[in-house]
Ligand binder design. Sequence first.
Ligand SMILES: Nc1ncnc2c1ncn2[C@@H]1O[C@H](COP(=O)(O)OP(=O)(O)OP(=O)(O)O)[C@@H](O)[C@H]1O
Ligand SMILES: [Mg+2]
Length: 248
Amino acid sequence: MLIYSIINQKGGTGKTTTAINLGAALNRRAKKVLLIDLDPQGNLSYSLGINEFQNSMAEVLLGECKISQILHSNEGLDIAPSDNSLADAELSLAVSGGQERALKTALADISDYDYVLIDCPPSLSTLTVNALLTSHKVIIPMQMEVLSIQGLDQIMNTINKVSTTFSVDLSIEGVLPVMVDQRRKLSQEVRDYILENYDLRIFDSMIRTNVKASEAPSFGRSVINYKPTSNSAVDYMRFGDEILELNA
Ligand SMILES: Nc1ncnc2c1ncn2[C@@H]1O[C@H](COP(=O)(O)OP(=O)(O)OP(=O)(O)O)[C@@H](O)[C@H]1O
Ligand SMILES: [Mg+2]
């Protein structure tokens, strides 16, 4: 079982879209996938049509129920949902202190998945630290813009800090260029800058800007299910295959 965190503290960088569609792509390759919504915005849950639930990741992190008790299923994916009650849960965890391992503890009895993908909130908060401590590897979806580079140092510092403070073996699998506009030369320049200045893989796959990707959530579906022939669906399938190759 491989656990990935999808992180970027910047908002709107395609984390949720990547978690859902990487999950859908891996599932199409016969992998068993669990998606964990670890964002109080609950976008992943909502985007897969899960709007009504009694218990969620909030109760799981507070130790009030087991993750197996909150799972929903859609498109062959298992989903552990969240909503804004996760913000209160995070506050409780932060106040009581030493709760960085709450998620890891909660996942201890989960083993029957090939891949677990954790959709993180746009911050480097207690929730993100929980996700990092639980994960083997990290995927950073990023728009190839100059301003995105600023955040990269911060992400890498956080990851290094978490690995050393808690002595866990955490690595960055790579940066995934998302919402790529191939007509713009800038994305190639940003890519080159990152490769020259950071010890990071930029995935061969990239996800093109495509209106179908932004439509799919309103139908409660992945774009791979909603419009399999669209650019973004094709791109996410390719990314899924790249992830499988890296772990082969
Ligand atoms: N390839 C794409 N083409 C077009 N629109 C996209 C693409 N990927 C994501 N989007 C849209 O961009 C917006 C932000 O994407 P998403 O919600 O996945 O980002 P996020 O990083 O999870 O945001 P947040 O930081 O708020 O959690 C959404 O409206 C989404 O539908
Ligand atoms: Mg999101």
